[in-house]
Design a binder for this molecule. Structure first.
Ligand code: SF4
Length: 208
């Protein structure tokens, strides 16, 4: 099955907080994994968010002159056909594709054709569920020690999460709220928002 329509919670073009280089980040709406301690339970429901086409997302990324897409969630592989379309279009136009999934690579490889097509259009997969009892303290971008960086192509083979820094993207919106992307744990996020006297609008999931 192919589809050009994705259910997304948020798209952020031109961020440096979601992987190497300047990126467009796409938060998928809906996650059936539901890890205990997930920082983004508001993304669990598949009825939230809005529909967007893969074409519009890729065109927005190109207009923002990003190096690539980061697909996070929610769970991108809960929408394998749409995810495959988005990733393929992005790669065809020269963009890199990084995907965070709460499923392990071996599980995904055993799934159907849509999932296989999605995997085939990814450069770097960060896999595994968030495990609150195995907090990561050394590597960038991931929240727990079980999560792996699996290079499906060599595009990001020089990326070293052991020495990379977590970056945070903070934007003040016209209504006075702040929009946060990047890696923060809940305590740091709460402290940040209290210090700035603003309220939470959205942020990146802490660990896929
Ligand atoms: S951490 Fe990711 S995979 Fe786990 S429940 Fe949250 S959104 Fe789903």
């Amino acid at each position: 099955m192919t589809t050009n329509v994705l259910r997304v919670a948020r798209v952020l073009h031109g961020t440096t907080a979601e992987g190497p280089g300047l990126r467009s980040a796409v938060w998928f709406q809906g996650c059936t994994i539901r890890c205990p301690g997930c920082i983004n339970p508001h993304l669990f429901s598949q009825s939230g968010g809005r529909d967007m086409t893969a074409s519009d997302i890729v065109l927005g990324a190109l207009a923002s002159q990003v190096e690539g897409l980061t697909l996070i969630g929610g769970e991108p592989f809960d929408q394998p056909a749409a995810g495959a379309t988005l990733a393929r279009k992005a790669q065809e136009l020269g963009l890199g594709v990084i995907v965070f999934s709460g499923y392990e690579y071996e599980t995904l490889r055993g799934r159907g054709q849509d999932t296989k097509s999605f995997l085939a259009s990814i450069d770097l997969l960060v896999d595994g569920p968030y495990q609150a009892w195995n907090q990561e303290t050394d590597r960038a971008l991931v929240g727990s020690t079980n999560q792996r960086f699996i290079h499906i192509s060599d595009r990001y083979s020089s990326y070293r999460p052991e020495i990379a820094a977590n970056r945070i993207d903070i934007r003040v919106l016209p209504d006075g709220s702040i929009d946060v992307a990047g890696f923060l744990d809940m305590r740091d996020l709460t402290n940040l928002l209290e210090a700035t006297g603003t309220r939470r609008k959205s942020r990146r999931v802490i660990a896929e």
